[in-house]
Design a protein around this ligand. Structure first.
Ligand code: OGA
Ligand code: MN
Length: 206
């Protein structure tokens, strides 16, 4: 956490300038491994469910759009393995409010597991009728990910999501932040299961 606090100003500068930033070593490798084990334990315990598409009250599973299963983190029941994540996300949220006046009030985060061959088609994270999601945060839990295994986050840099893009490998310890409203993105199929904690920092809905 100490180290992350020192790196925050540069991270926020890059996010403010480009609208997205990649942060490696957001947590230590021991902390990432503990989170990954917790995710796997919860998955084995049957706590995950297939992720839906659409607004909260009208979600439905669409095999042609996304194939991940998810488990929401419970802010009122934080397990030891999850504490470093909560601490660093809180520091990030406070710094974003202080430096960029984003007015972030809370966050929602879930473990996500993509089976081998899994994907999430090109999309944006903010619903037209709900402006609460401001910053998308994707944190990867995959040790020794090889580029050849695929599974990249594809982030389009243009407003229409049809031009230039960047591919980011889902490497353990890597956090990707981007503004939820602006960026079209997709998860490319991978040859092995892919684990992450994905979430959104939110402001009051307007
Ligand atoms: C999402 C998403 C990206 C990733 O869950 O909305 O876009 O790299 N995830 O897992
Ligand atoms: Mn997304």
């Amino acid at each position: 956490m100490t180290d992350f606090a020192y790196r925050l100003p540069a991270i926020i500068d890059t996010l403010a300038e480009h609208g997205w930033v990649v942060v490696d070593d957001f947590l230590s490798s021991a902390e990432v491994a503990a989170l990954r084990s917790e995710g796997e334990r919860r998955h084995t315990a049957g706590e995950f469910h297939r992720a839906g598409v659409g607004r909260a009250n009208e979600q439905h599973v669409r095999d042609d759009i996304r194939t991940d299963d998810v488990r929401w983190l419970d802010p009122l029941d934080r397990l030891p393995a999850e504490l470093p994540y909560w601490t660093c996300i809180a520091a990030l949220q406070a710094a974003l409010n202080r430096e960029l006046y984003l007015g972030l009030r809370d966050g929602e985060f879930h473990y996500a597991h993509y089976p081998a061959g899994g994907f999430y088609q090109r999309h944006r994270d903010r619903f037209r009728d709900n402006t609460a999601r401001v910053i998308s945060c994707v944190f990867y839990l995959n040790e020794n990910w090889q580029d050849s295994e695929g599974g990249h986050l594809r982030l389009w840099l243009d407003a229409e999501g049809q031009g230039e893009y960047r591919d980011v490998a889902p490497q353990a310890g890597r956090l990707v932040l981007f503004t939820s409203e602006r960026f079209w993105h997709a998860v490319q199929p991978a040859s092995r299961p892919r684990w992450s904690i994905t979430g959104w920092l939110r402001r009051a809905e307007i």
